[in-house]
Write a protein that binds this ligand. Structure first.
Ligand code: NAD
Ligand code: 89V
Length: 342
C-alpha cells in the first residue's frame, strides 16, 4: 500500500458511531471528511474522529478527492448519495436497507457499474463472529445436507428511543431487521425460490409491522425467518440473532448469549462463543459492533485485492427482491416467487 484510502462518512447519526470507531481500527484508511445535514452531529463526529465538516453532500464531493464514501444515512437518501459518488468517480459502501424501492436500488447498482466502481452494501449480520463460525461448520459438512433452518430475532427492547424514525415507517421490522435474517438464510442455504409472509402490528403507536414470520422455500430446504419487537422473555437478548439448522447428519443451534451447540454424527459439542473484543465496543452491542469492524475490514481487503465484496450492490438486489417480496406476499396473501420484482 502506497497511501491510505481517503474516505468520507455521510450521516453521523446513531449507527454511524460504530462505523467511525471501526474505521479508526483499520490502518489502511484515512477519514478526510464527515457530513451531516445536522451541523452539530457532523462537528461532534469530526471532533472525535477527525475530518473536515460538511453539511451538504454535493459540496463534499465537489471539494474532496476521495477513494470511497461510507453512507450511513437512512434509505430515502441512499440513491442520491450513491449517484453523487458515482458521478464523481468515488466507490461506495451504503447502509442497509439499500432502498425502499427496487428501481432505486437498480439505479444505484447501474450508476456504479457504469463507472466500474466498487459498490458494497453494509449488510453486516453475516459478518457476525457466530455466523462466520456457523457457515464454516456448514461448509465443512458437520451436519451433512441442511434441510431446515430457523433464523430468529425476538426482543422487547425499546428500539424507538435510539431510532425514532422507525415509529413512522409504514414498512418496519421486515425491511429493518428481517432483511438481515433473509441474508443469513441466503448465506446458509442459497437463494430461495418462493416465500410466504404473515405479519402484524402489536404496538399501536407505530405505523408499520413489528412482528413478522416468513417461510422461505429453497431448493432442498425450508427456512423460517421470524422477527419481533414485542417479545417479552426472561432476559433481554437484544440485538442477538438465534439460529437453528438441521441437516442429514446433525443440528447446529446458536442460542441466547452466543451459546453454540453442534450435534454432528451423534457427537454433541457445546461452546460459549467469545466475541472478539474492540476497545470501543460494549454490551449489548458487542456482537454487532464486531461485525461492523469485520465488514469494513472486508471492504478494504476487497479494494486492495480488486475483488467483489460478498454483499455487493448487485448481490443485494436479490436480497431486496426477497425483502420487498415478503411485503408483496403479506399484501396479496399468497406465495411470492423470488425474482418477480427484479
Ligand atoms: P439516524 O437518523 O440516527 O442517522 C442518520 C443521519 O443521517 C442523521 O444524523 C441525519 O441528520 C443524517 N442525514 C439525513 N439526510 C442527510 C443528508 N441528505 N445529508 C447528510 N446527512 C443526512 O439513523 P440510524 O439509526 O443511524 O440509521 C442509519 C442507517 O443505518 C439506516 O439505513 C439503518 O437501517 C441502518 N442501520 C443499520 C444497522 C446494522 O446493523 N447494519 C443498525 C442500525 C441502523
Ligand atoms: O439493523 C438495524 O437497523 C438494527 C439492528 C440492531 C437489528 O441491527 O435495528
Amino acid at each position: 500500500m502506497t497511501r491510505p484510502y481517503r474516505f468520507a462518512l455521510i450521516g453521523c447519526g446513531f449507527f454511524a458511531q460504530n462505523h467511525l470507531h471501526a474505521w479508526s481500527e483499520i490502518p489502511e484508511v484515512e477519514l478526510v471528511a464527515v457530513c451531516d445535514i445536522d451541523p452539530q452531529r457532523a462537528s461532534a463526529a469530526s471532533a472525535s474522529f477527525g475530518g473536515r465538516v460538511y453539511t451538504n453532500a454535493a459540496e463534499l464531493f465537489r471539494n474532496e478527492s476521495l477513494d470511497f464514501v461510507d453512507i450511513a444515512t437512512t434509505a430515502p437518501t441512499h440513491r442520491m448519495m450513491v449517484e453523487l459518488a458515482a458521478e464523481h468517480g468515488v466507490a461506495a459502501i451504503c447502509q442497509k436497507p439499500l432502498a425502499w424501492e427496487m428501481d432505486d436500488a437498480k439505479a444505484m447498482v447501474s450508476a456504479c457499474a457504469a463507472k466500474g466502481l466498487p459498490f458494497m452494501v453494509h449488510e453486516n449480520f453475516r459478518f457476525q463472529y457466530p455466523m462466520r463460525r456457523i457457515k464454516e461448520l456448514l461448509d465443512s459438512g458437520a451436519i451433512g445436507q441442511p434441510f431446515f433452518g430457523r433464523v430468529s430475532f425476538r426482543t422487547a427492547h425499546d428500539v424507538y428511543s435510539a431510532q425514532p424514525w422507525l415509529v413512522d415507517n409504514e414498512r418496519m421490522i421486515i425491511i429493518d431487521v428481517a432483511v438481515h435474517l433473509f441474508d443469513l438464510a441466503r448465506c446458509f442455504f442459497g437463494e430461495p425460490q418462493t416465500l410466504f409472509t404473515d405479519a402484524l402490528r402489536v404496538n399501536p403507536i407505530i405505523a408499520g409491522e413489528d412482528v413478522a414470520t416468513v417461510l422461505m422455500h429453497m431448493d432442498k430446504a425450508t427456512c423460517i425467518v421470524d422477527a419481533s419487537y414485542e417479545t417479552r422473555s426472561d432476559h433481554n437478548t437484544y440485538p442477538q440473532t438465534f439460529v437453528t439448522l438441521e441437516g442429514t447428519e446433525g443440528t447446529i443451534t446458536l442460542g441466547p448469549d452466543y451459546h453454540l451447540q453442534v450435534v454432528s454424527r451423534g457427537i454433541v459439542t457445546d461452546e460459549d462463543l467469545v466475541i472478539p473484543e474492540h476497545p470501543w465496543a460494549s454490551l449489548p452491542w458487542n456482537g454487532i459492533q464486531d461485525s461492523v469492524y469485520n465488514i469494513q475490514r472486508h471492504w478494504v481487503d476487497c479494494l486492495a485485492a480488486g475483488t467483489t465484496p460478498e454483499t455487493s450492490g448487485l448481490d443485494t438486489l436479490t436480497l431486496l427482491d426477497i425483502t420487498l417480496g415478503a411485503y408483496e406476499s403479506f399484501t396479496t396473501g399468497s406465495r411470492y416467487t423470488v425474482g418477480s420484482l427484479s
